[in-house]
Design a protein around this ligand. Structure first.
Ligand SMILES: Nc1ncnc2c1ncn2[C@@H]1O[C@H](COP(=O)(O)OP(=O)(O)O)[C@@H](O)[C@H]1O
Ligand SMILES: [Mg+2]
Length: 415
């Protein structure tokens, strides 16, 4: 047995104090997706004044087997669970990690009950669990006797005695909140009929899209096809950083990891979905124990993988450019203040520094004062000389320039 740490009701309240009602609600939505549900329904009934009498969150997941209830619903921080989740950090399927999400209802309701249906020995079984805010961690349910049913598996959580949550809030702020929480997840599972339906209306993740593009990328030597879907989000996502998601030919996520972009505080919130049959057997972790299998299945050192990543990084570099304009101005000011560039330097030198920064900020990030002076000085000399028209050609050897960028550089340097 793994060591467990018991937490008290007081401890739970203290740990959950920071949860706002909207955050609490989404914990129950995540619990549905964690149980492999594809459809989550949120339904509520409000009176004329906007007070909500009843709110339910139901999912079509695998339910909570009664035999496992004690283990699952015990208010424990389980070290084993923490460990398991650490291993799963590269998959979106499991959101829950601290084992307290189901207790957060007290921030907006006095009572919660779970009606759950699961499969046992090919039969569908159902039972109910009740909890209330005074004794958050006391459940009736362990003593319940499950009985057979014809219903599909899934769980419906019903909240009553609702406070600090009104119908106008649900229509306005909660809609916005749920988009920020789930738009990437709905986009990730867009080919698998996933949905969050609020009072009959499905949440539309495309409402949070500021810019998007679909590409097909083929690695010529191996004929590997990658289907790319780039999204830039209008609103910053709640807890999900900008990531690459790799999906297999069944549209299922196999792995996720941060994109190459080191955020400087610009509003460039993005997700990049890459789907390919190539990922069906791909080995994402470089585990030496798996190397034999990996030889057949594909690894990160494959030319097609490296090719794809290079293309993706370049697409992001180009998409990000407009967001760096302000930072480029700042850089120039800083260079003037530190006397790296003289305030009365020629306009084309200033322009060149700004463009280079927007194109590839990395060039400037790790330079010390001397290196900055050297770079700026040399640029100044080249710009004065006839060879300046060689700059675009030279840059093309280190940065994969877009057609627009080539034209831009030609107009600056070749006149
Ligand atoms: N809707 C649900 N469907 C199936 N299992 C659930 C559901 N809600 C909760 N559970 C079970 O109860 C456990 C505790 O849930 P929760 O308190 O949210 O913690 P966590 O999600 O971090 O594990 C879950 O791990 C899961 O096993
Ligand atoms: Mg949870």
């Amino acid at each position: 047995m793994c060591p467990k740490i018991q937490i008290t009701a007081k401890g739970i309240r203290a740990a959950l104090k920071k949860y706002a009602p909207h955050q609490s609600l989404i914990e129950y939505v995540w619990n549905g997706f964690d149980a492999q549900a594809s459809i989550i329904k949120i339904d509520y009934v409000a009176d004329a004044l906007g007070n909500i009498d009843l709110l339910t969150i139901s999912d079509n997941g695998y339910g909570i087997p009664h035999g496992k209830l004690q283990d699952k619903f015990e208010p424990l921080f389980e070290s084993k669970k923490a460990l398991e989740n650490k291993l799963k950090k590269n998959l979106s399927a499991i959101h829950g990690k601290n084992g307290i999400g189901r207790l957060t209802f007290f921030t907006f309701a006095r009572n919660a009950s779970w009606k759950t249906t699961y499969t046992e020995n090919k039969a569908k079984m159902t039972y109910e669990i009740y909890a209330n805010a005074e004794n958050i961690n006391l459940y009736t349910g362990v003593n319940a006797t499950p009985h057979q049913t014809t219903e599909q598996t899934g769980t419906t959580v019903t909240f009553t005695g609702i406070h600090t949550l009104t119908a106008p809030q649900m229509e306005d702020k909660f809609q916005e909140y749920i988009l920020k929480e789930f738009s990437w997840f709905l986009a990730l599972n867009r080919h698998r009929d996933f949905a969050i339906i609020i009072n009959g209306v499905p949440v539309d993740y495309t409402k949070n899209i500021a810019d998007s593009e679909k590409f097909e990328l083929v690695h010529p030597e191996t004929n590997t096809v990658f289907f790319l879907y780039y999204i830039r989000w209008d609103q910053r996502l709640n807890n999900e950083p900008s990531r690459y998601y790799y999906l297999n030919s069944e549209h299922k996520e196999r792995w996720k990891e941060p994109t190459a972009i080191k955020n400087k505080g610009e509003q460039f919130y993005h997700s990049f979905f890459i789907e390919s049959a190539y990922f069906d057997g791909f080995s994402f972790q470089s585990d030496p124990a798996q190397s034999q299998e990996a030889l057949i299945a594909g690894t990160r050192s494959d030319t097609q993988f490296r090719f794809m990543r290079r293309k993706l990084a370049n697409i992001l570099r180009i998409k990000r450019r407009p967001f760096l304009k302000g930072f480029a101005e700042q850089l120039l000011l800083e260079y003037e203040q530190k006397k790296i560039i003289s305030p009365d330097a020629k306009e084309n030198l200033k322009q060149t520094i700004k463009i280079l920064y927007e194109m590839q900020p990395r060039i400037f990030t790790s330079l010390n004062l001397e290196q900055k002076k050297l770079l700026v000085g040399l640029l100044g000399v080249v710009l004065e000389s006839e060879t300046r028209n060689k700059i675009p050609e030279f840059l093309a050897t280190i940065i994969e320039l877009s057609a627009d960028e080539k034209i831009e550089l030609n107009t600056i340097f070749c006149i």
